[in-house]
Design a binder for this molecule. Structure first.
Ligand code: ADP
Ligand code: MG
Length: 250
């Protein structure tokens, strides 16, 4: 059975970092194959993982809409789209990456979305884990461009606004038709002298607290040196994420 984790939270709390560290941890623990999904329109999971994304799903969708206008009658559109979908899955060591990109424009996407959904339904079960980086509004999860989620990790930092975002995410998730198995809060980069206060505020949210990921200078250093996060080795942030992944069955 494929297990899925979605990471959500206010911008800047560390969603993409925690998603990437989760993917790297699962690979190192030999829990793969892993499918990484970047479902944030401001896509940067690939960059952090050191992957050049040649095309996003959004770009493919726009290309296809343009191309099929010129298709000779009788040419199979579904085959064309499926070939494209296979091509946008970037392969790396231990995991693959699918980048969703921008959402829909004004064209008619129903036909394409049906194909994308069918493709996902066939593709996803071939992985042991699916780990998804989201935007705060859970857009892709709510539009059902992705399947059900076993575990939703909501990331907060010591900015009180990130706790408000956590609250709205919980609200959105309860209105969704797709099932979200379990929701947890993760704290990231919270200063030591603020930990107790932040933990107190989290208790008011009525979302189970999973654990903390500390500030780790190695994360910022890797980014600054334009190196993939895999280069940080066994840093404190990575070890903490590994521990959290173990707690949720990784
Ligand atoms: N545990 C951490 N230690 C140090 N820096 C971190 C940590 N988590 C995130 N960062 C840094 O914080 C910034 C925002 O993180 P990012 O993962 O891009 O957030 P989001 O995806 O939620 O917008 C980035 O510069 C990232 O390198
Ligand atoms: Mg991000």
């Amino acid at each position: 059975m494929t297990k899925s984790i979605a990471v959500a939270g206010k911008g800047g709390t560390g969603k993409t970092t925690i998603t990437a560290l989760t993917i790297l941890s699962l690979c190192e623990l030999n829990k793969g194959p892993v499918l990484a999904i970047d479902a944030d329109p401001d896509a940067n999971l690939g960059t952090i993982l050191g992957i050049d994304v040649s095309q996003t799903l959004g770009e493919l969708r726009d290309d296809v809409l343009e191309e099929i206008k010129n298709f000779p009658p009788g040419m199979d559109k579904a085959n064309y789209v499926e070939a494209g979908l296979h091509q946008i899955i970037e392969e790396s060591s231990g995991f693959d990456l699918l980048t969703m990109g921008r959402g829909e424009g004004s064209g008619c996407y129903c036909y394409l979305n049906t194909l994308v959904r069918k493709f996902s339904e066939e593709l996803f079960p071939t992985y042991s884990w699916i780990v998804m980086d989201n935007e705060a509004g859970l857009e892709h999860i709510s539009r059902r461009t992705t399947n059900n989620i076993d575990t939703l990790l909501i990331v907060v930092n010591d900015n009180p606004i990130s706790l408000n975002t956590a609250k709205s995410i919980k609200k959105i998730s309860t209105t969704l038709k797709n099932k979200i198995g379990k929701e947890y809060i993760i704290t990231n980069m919270v200063r030591d002298d603020r930990v107790l206060e932040v933990r107190g505020r989290i208790e008011e949210l009525d979302i189970e607290y999973l654990g903390d990921v500390p500030y780790d200078a190695a994360v910022g250093d890797a980014l600054f040196q334009k190196k993939p996060l895999s280069s940080i080795g066994d840093s404190s942030a990575k070890k903490s994420v590994e521990k959290l992944i173990n707690m949720i069955g990784g």
